[in-house]
Design a protein around this ligand. Structure first.
Ligand code: GLU
Length: 301
């Protein structure tokens, strides 16, 4: 366990405005930090800028404020952090933990996939590029060993990266640094002690723990909160056309988010301003009351 004072964070990707699902992750991390008397930092994960939507970052900031989710200090912006990611990649190169890869997406199309639907890299370039091939991406060599980690909601978990992920990308063929590398570098830079985020990221954690080990960075304490799904059982996201958080009736939306986290506000607070509901939830926050199962959105997504 980490005994440093609590520092949490919310790290949205500005691919669109926040929706009911991202609100749940934001509320959970805010409450967990505030209930512990901790700081709550904001990081705009605009690393994959071709996928970002112009104006979405500003909208997200306004949405957080309107929902009473105020953050501490200056926001960290990933597109300004290239030098830090490059330094981390250089460290990995120095210790020979990474290698260049020439594989294209179509060459890997037939590779086996894990339960998340991700390709398990078959190791084609692990022992050197094929003759005449050009390096495109950089991959981390993973061990054939269990990576163990503790999730405060899910308990003790483990994953064998070699079997379930394969050597994974830290710098992409388009030159962008990969999320896995950036998140580890940024969590350490921001001094994050506790990560509370959506369960869609649960199985990214072993990759991140492994990178922390390689880079000599501390491992935060993790908790993955349930996702909100639409009536079809799909995660709310831009791809499933989840609608942006509404500008009216915010109290109802906040009450639904709190209910999804196992903390339904008392009926007299159900229509109250989000900040008032948050103040109540902060006093009553018990992470063990957060369910593992996802909630279904009440409103049409
Ligand atoms: N940017 C990621 C997302 O919006 C979250 C990353 C994280 O919390 O580690 O899904």
């Amino acid at each position: 366990m980490n005994s440093a004072p609590y520092v949490g964070r919310f790290a949205p990707s500005p691919t669109g405005p926040l929706h009911a699902g991202s609100l749940v992750a934001a509320v959970a991390s805010w409450l967990d930090a505030r209930a512990a008397g901790g700081r709550w930092l904001l990081r705009m994960e605009d690393l994959d800028y071709p996928r970002c939507e112009p104006g979405a970052a500003d909208i997200i900031l306004r949405q957080l404020e309107a929902y009473g989710l105020l953050w501490d200090g200056a926001m960290l912006v990933q597109t300004q952090r290239d030098a830090a990611y490059a330094a981390a990649l250089a460290t990995l190169q120095d210790i020979d933990a990474v290698y260049p890869c020439a594989c294209t997406r179509s060459q890997l199309a037939q590779a086996p996939r894990n339960h998340e639907g991700e390709i398990i890299y078959p190791g084609t370039c692990r022992n050197g590029l094929p003759a005449g091939a050009t390096a495109r991406a950089w991959r981390v060599r993973v061990p054939d060993a269990r990576i163990c980690f503790h999730d405060r909601i899910r308990g003790d978990l483990q994953q064998n990266l070699a079997h379930e992920v394969g050597d994974f990308i830290v710098r992409r063929a388009d030159g962008l640094f990969a999320y896995q590398l950036a998140v580890v570098v940024d969590d350490a830079f921001q001094g994050i002690t506790h990560v509370v985020r959506g369960a869609d990221l649960l199985w990214n954690t072993p990759r991140q723990v492994y990178l922390q080990t390689l880079l000599g960075l501390p491992t935060p304490v993790y908790a993955h909160v349930p996702l909100i799904t639409n009536a079809a059982g799909q995660k709310l996201s831009k791809q499933t056309r989840a609608s942006a958080l509404p500008e009216t009736g915010r109290g109802t939306v906040m009450a639904q988010a709190l209910a999804a986290l196992g903390h339904p506000p008392p009926s007299e607070l159900a229509g109250a301003e989000p900040a008032e509901q948050l103040a109540w939830a902060r006093r009553h926050w018990q992470l063990e009351n957060v369910p593992i199962r996802p909630a279904v959105a009440n409103t049409a997504p």
